[in-house]
Design a protein around this ligand. Structure first.
Ligand code: NAD
Length: 349
């Protein structure tokens, strides 16, 4: 196993488990980065990969991000992630996720799954028929279901806090925000931003959804490959990882970046480049924790929706704390957040 970790820094993962099942076509990997704070908790991605190595790399990188995210969100869970490699043999989705549920069950609670890109509440229900180690269920007793609206709320409060702290503006009225990707999170984020008086510039590779945003939010649109470079106050990447890199950074005009996409930086040095360019990057694993807060609290079954909302809103205070740490340590925000989160990878009780 190579030693390259999140952001290209050397790191360790506790374990990697894999399954390959002819009957259902399931090919899946569960990467567990850390269980120092508790069982590894992180979603299941259902995606096309060029090959198995690419899937393993993605699972490991995402698992490490989950360790940092869960730690900063003060959750009693470690970091893990599952990926299911899409292939044409997977003709029965119910059978696929049912078999994946048995795989999760075989890990005996060291990993808890939930939705991620490409998976749905129905998939979680199929998993739940096989194992209790799953969240994001519509049928949850107290509170639960698709975590995306809480992710969007967390991104919104992070932007609101960042705008106050970094851009020194009192409110969001008239602020121009460029949103890349109008999926489950991006769409809800646009709704919240529009409601707060922001002017939106949006792009999605699906032109129909972009057209709908024009109609519903009075947004302007641009081509998907131009959205990162718009004349906006804030950029919110809500589609893919790796969008902040040596090619894109010199062309970015926004002064604050905060979005939902996991692993937005291609490497930690891109965080340094943003800092040098005077662009304040609020790290994804701090900003997009609303969904995992939702999934964890559903899994624990103790809190109601209002309490979960209040917990998600604490992301705004964490942005304040990060800004204070950055000023004190004279570090790029990406480095300050990374060090802060890693210092919390210790048992919670
Ligand atoms: P989604 O699949 O519902 O939406 C992604 C959207 O991005 C789609 O509408 C897609 O058409 C669009 N898109 C893809 N490539 C694009 C491009 N090049 N330019 C513009 N648009 C493009 O996913 P989601 O659940 O909204 O998640 C978005 C991101 O946030 C992902 O990176 C995900 O890992 C991350 N995230 C999601 C959650 C959650 O609760 N859903 C939690 C944490 C992090």
């Amino acid at each position: 196993m190579d030693a390259e970790g999140f952001f290209g820094l050397p790191t360790d993962h506790e374990s990697l488990a894999a399954v390959s099942d002819r009957a259902s076509g399931l090919e899946a990997i569960v990467a567990i980065h850390s269980t120092a704070r508790g069982p590894a908790f992180g979603g299941c991605r259902y995606w096309h990969y060029e090959n198995r190595d690419a899937a393993i790399r993605d699972a490991r990188r995402l698992a490490e991000g989950m360790s940092l995210k869960n730690a900063l969100a003060d959750l009693p869970f470690g970091g893990g992630k599952a990926v299911i490699i899409r292939n044409p043999r997977q003709t029965d989705r119910q059978a696929l996720f049912s078999r994946f549920g048995r795989f999760v069950e075989s890990l005996e609670g060291r990993y808890v799954t939930a939705e991620d890109v490409g998976t749905t509440e129905a998939d979680m229900a199929a998993i739940a028929a096989q194992t209790p180690y799953v969240s994001g269920l519509k049928t949850a007793k107290t509170y639960g279901g698709n975590p995306s609206p809480k992710t969007a709320l967390g991104v919104f409060v992070a932007i609101r806090s960042g705008v106050r702290q970094v851009l020194n503006r009192r409110d969001l009225d008239g602020l121009v925000v460029a949103v890349q990707g109008l999926g489950s999170v991006g769409w809800d984020l646009c709704r919240l931003l529009a409601g707060a008086g922001c002017k939106l510039i949006v792009a999605d590779i699906n032109p129909a959804v972009a057209a709908k945003a024009v109609e519903q939010f009075g947004a302007n649109t641009c081509e998907p490959d131009a959205i990162l470079f718009q004349d906006a106050d804030v950029l919110a990447p809500c589609a893919l990882g790796g969008v902040l890199n040596v090619d894109s950074i010199p062309k970015i005009r926004a002064k604050l970046i905060a979005g939902a996409a996991n692993n937005q930086l291609q490497s930690i040095t891109d965080g340094d480049s943003l800092h040098k360019a005077g662009i304040y990057y609020l790290p994804d694993f701090l900003v997009n924790a609303g969904g995992i807060v939702s999934a964890v609290r559903e899994y624990q079954g103790k809190l109601g929706e209002q309490q979960v909302i209040e917990e998600v809103e604490r992301i705004g205070q964490r942005v304040e704390e990060l800004v204070a740490r950055v000023a004190r340590l004279d570090l790029a925000p990406a480095r300050a957040a990374d060090a802060w989160a890693r210092s919390l990878l210790v048992p919670t009780r």
